[in-house]
Design a binder for this molecule. Structure first.
Ligand code: KIV
Length: 276
């Protein structure tokens, strides 16, 4: 007679309000990008909290030089693939370049990402004119993740992929922008390539959770690009905030588990992976 293998205990579905509860409780949020069902299944089984279908897919999946050519259809396709592999993690879909140039365009794109892709939240880069769009979406029951610091869709204006918030009044402006995206209705905030002291101050100044990438150890959560944390060669110099979790883990599943443990136990990221 054969007995069924015991199934792993099912974690409750991570919801948008739960993200804020995690911040209040001091529980780190572990996030990662993914672009297909198989990796999504492995990430979910490892107990990570959030999957972002980032427009980084333009570089890591499509081999393009930047995120700018990625389309809404690309993100819908990959979001739907990821959604089929998920059980518990919260699924965030990125809004590609110019898909949120006006609130109405943003609503159309976000509706596709949710209704066809299966996302539970959309991510938009920037503040300024984007604040109106964040409010427009939020008032229409679309959860929003804001994104400040290095915003790769602004690479042409920024003149390259560099740490943000160091010069002049840039730190003050970023703190004001973080408060403004919260006031506009954002539910969480990605901080990319920001000095760790500034990220800490922003994290203390707002009630929504911050999720850092190259933003030091004091954010409420962390995110890495999947291919980076598996040690895959991107053809570029590896930024200091990336750690190769595959090197010691020996398996992809083990690498996801080690990443989750390291973030939750605050052994990653450390000052070594951060900017001053
Ligand atoms: O596109 C992406 O993968 C992202 C993360 C780096 C936060 O925006």
């Amino acid at each position: 007679m054969y007995a069924d293998q015991p199934k792993p205990a099912r974690r409750p579905q991570l919801t948008v309000p739960k993200l804020r509860e995690m911040k209040t409780a001091g529980e780190k949020i572990v996030a990662i990008t993914a672009y297909d069902a198989s990796f999504a299944r492995a990430v979910d089984a490892a107990g990570l909290d959030v999957i972002l279908v980032g427009d980084s897919l333009g570089m890591v999946m499509q081999g393009k030089a930047s995120t700018l050519p990625v389309t809404v259809d690309d993100i819908v396709y990959h979001t739907a693939c990821v959604a089929r592999g998920l059980r518990s993690a919260l699924l965030i879909a990125d809004m590609p370049f110019q898909s949120f140039a006006t609130p109405e365009r943003a609503l159309d794109a976000a509706t596709l990402l949710i209704a066809e892709g299966g996302a539970s939240m959309v991510k938009l880069e920037g503040a300024g004119h984007v604040l109106e769009t964040i409010t427009f979406l939020s008032e229409r029951d679309i959860p929003v993740c804001a994104h400040l610091g290095l915003t790769p869709q602004s690479v042409m204006k920024l003149g390259g992929y560099r740490v943000q918030g160091r010069e002049g009044d840039a730190a003050k402006k970023m703190i004001a922008d973080a408060k403004a995206v919260e006031a506009a209705g954002a539910d969480c905030l990605v901080l990319e390539c920001v000095p760790m002291g500034l990220a800490e101050e922003i994290t203390r100044s707002i009630k929504i959770p911050t999720i850092g990438i190259g933003a030091g150890p004091h954010c409420d959560g962390q995110i890495l690009v999947l291919h980076d944390m598996l040690g895959m060669n991107s053809g570029h110099r590896r930024p200091r905030f990336v750690k190769d979790f595959m090197a010691d883990a020996g398996s992809i599943q083990g690498a996801f588990e080690a990443y989750g443990k390291a973030v939750r136990e605050s052994t990653f990221p450390t000052a070594e992976h951060s900017y001053e």
